[in-house]
Design a protein around this ligand. Structure first.
Ligand code: ZN
Length: 76
């Protein structure tokens, strides 16, 4: 059985881009993985330190770089 550790509510986390769940921390031996509680096949960080930053980058669904500016220009 896998045991998950909840991430403190005051820490900002992107929801899982596959299912929208808030990520959890899983401990594997002495290492930590930030992952989706629903499925192993959803994104998970590499074992090591708790890397919520990496999780957030990988689960951002918004289009990368500059897209906002482009749409603003079009609108005005
Ligand atoms: Zn998920």
């Amino acid at each position: 059985m896998e045991k998950f550790i909840a991430i403190q509510p005051n820490i900002f986390c992107e929801p899982c881009k596959e299912c929208g769940e808030r990520p959890v921390i899983a401990q594997v031996k002495s290492k930590f993985i930030v992952r989706c509680p629903k499925s192993k096949s959803h994104y998970q960080t590499k074992p090591g330190l708790v890397d919520i930053k990496d999780w957030n980058i990988k689960n951002k669904v918004h289009a990368p770089l500059g897209n906002k500016e482009t749409s603003k220009k079009k609108a005005s």
